[in-house]
Design a protein around this ligand. Structure first.
Ligand code: GDP
Length: 424
């Protein structure tokens, strides 16, 4: 009956897609548990590179049922678009199941996010402008519209008209925009309802029954631990909770069902958008990481900020998620540096911190304390066992493990499956 949670330990883009791929052969269910169409999984299917933002990557495996759980916010237009893309590639989408409790992203969420980000000017959060934050806000305000509402036309219109009254006031009076018409929205969402009806179910019950029958369930988070709404670098965070605890709340299963919590960490760190990032390297080293690691956002195409591995934040992620193991990705990107650095603590206001400082202002000011290790010059993508790696690379991995105090189970040296090396 085991469930496994996969969670990014940094600011997202750790290469979760690859870790999920590695685990998928043993899984029966893959569940997306938070966020919306702001995740970015690069998957290769039929020789084509495909970017999935909402549908769980499990969809590519014929034996897996892919689930979008309660805690995800769903833009039905995007969901249908992704389903069509997959169908066009000959991928069966009949095993995609969406929770009836999942909240819908509505056209006014997109419109409001665009205008509020503009209004914030230089204080803008740099959101993906997909309406995700506003949809979560409405969920908490109890004015959200859920997937199941699509199947009761009367209720759907009633709820929409109530919400629209307020949203249109804000759009017109505060931001000077045009109001949105209920009729157009009702019509579009009626068509989405027809298309999505066969996919909507009570996913908590589905997963409960699956676990009871001894099936394997993988719960995959989007974004990363440091982008968690509660535990991340607020307000430069996502509008949901990527941490492992939320996986079970969203899926509607109990904590005792979880056996493994796999943290994904990149061998260096990247971050998209604004917010503190102590080990950010604005010089040649960061530039080189970005180039070698092709660090451009899957969803937004934005260039990612890059820097050295930060053991403080991965230790923090281990504590918050209760990690049982780590999957270290993109070690190959670090080939060719004369020396590699690891951040072991921070200095702020003359004080030394071995943990994330308790006040955000200190974190903003945190200067990394580095330990320098010998680099390795050779490309390592051809390594097939951990022992094939240069000794400096092995020392680096062992040192990271010591510093974060979580066993590193796999080191990845390239995008392909055979480039995942078990660590003895
Ligand atoms: P995700 O959303 O967490 O999966 O992260 P990204 O969207 O940033 O995807 C990671 C990218 O890095 C994908 O294009 C992967 O194929 C690639 N990748 C994954 N692991 C490795 C690795 O070990 N080395 C290299 N060079 N690329 C990798």
């Amino acid at each position: 009956m085991p469930a496994t949670i996969v969670i990014g330990t940094q600011w997202g883009d750790e290469g979760k897609g690859k870790a999920v791929d590695e685990l998928a052969s043993r899984m029966d269910f893959v569940v997306r548990y938070q966020g919306g169409n702001n995740a970015g999984h690069t998957v290769v299917a039929e020789g084509k590179v495909l970017k999935l933002h909402l549908v769980p990557s499990g969809i590519l495996y014929p034996h897996i049922t892919s689930v979008i759980a309660d805690g995800v916010v769903v833009d039905p237009r995007v969901l249908i678009e992704e389903m069509d893309t997959l169908l066009g590639l000959g991928i069966d989408v009949s095993r995609l199941v969406v929770s009836g409790n999942a909240h819908l992203i509505m056209p006014y969420h997109l419109e409001l996010e665009r205008v509020t980000e503009r209004f914030l000017g230089k204080n803008a959060l740099g959101t993906t402008k997909r309406g995700i934050g506003p949809a979560y806000a409405d969920k908490a305000a109890r004015i959200g519209i859920r997937m199941q509402d699509l199947f009761d036309a009367k209720i759907f219109r009633e709820k929409l008209e109530v919400v629209l009254k307020e949203k249109n006031l804000i759009l017109t009076k505060v931001y000077g925009r045009l109001p949105l018409e209920a009729d157009g929205i009702v019509e579009a969402y009626r068509a989405y309802a027809e298309r999505l009806r066969p996919h909507v179910a009570d996913t908590s019950k589905l997963l409960h029954e699956a676990l009871r029958a001894g099936r394997n369930v993988l719960l995959e988070g989007a974004q990363g631990t440091l982008l968690d709404l509660d535990h991340g670098t607020y307000p430069f965070v996502t509008s949901s909770n990527p941490v492992a605890g939320y996986a079970i709340a969203s899926a509607g299963i109990g904590p005792s069902q979880v056996e493994r919590v796999v943290g994904i960490a990149k061998a260096y760190v990247t971050r998209v958008g604004a917010g503190p990032f102590p080990t950010e390297d604005l010089g040649q080293d960061g530039e080189r990481m970005g180039e070698r690691g092709r660090e451009f956002g899957t969803t937004t195409g934005r260039k990612r900020r890059c820097g050295w591995f930060d053991a403080v934040i991965v230790r923090y992620a281990s504590r918050l998620n209760g990690l049982t193991e780590l999957f270290l990705t993109k070690l190959d990107v670090l080939s060719g540096f004369p020396a590699v650095r690891v951040c072991t603590g921070y200095r702020a206001n003359g004080e030394l911190f071995e943990d994330v400082p308790p006040h955000q202002s200190l974190f903003h000011r945190a200067e990394p304390v580095y330990e320098e290790l010998e680099g390795w010059q050779e490309e390592i993508g051809a390594a097939r066992t951990f022992e094939d790696l240069p000794s400096a690379a092995r020392t680096y991995v062992r040192r990271l493990q010591e510093l974060v105090d979580v066993p590193i189970r796999i080191v990845s040296v390239g995008p392909a499956r055979e480039q995942s090396l078990p660590v003895p």
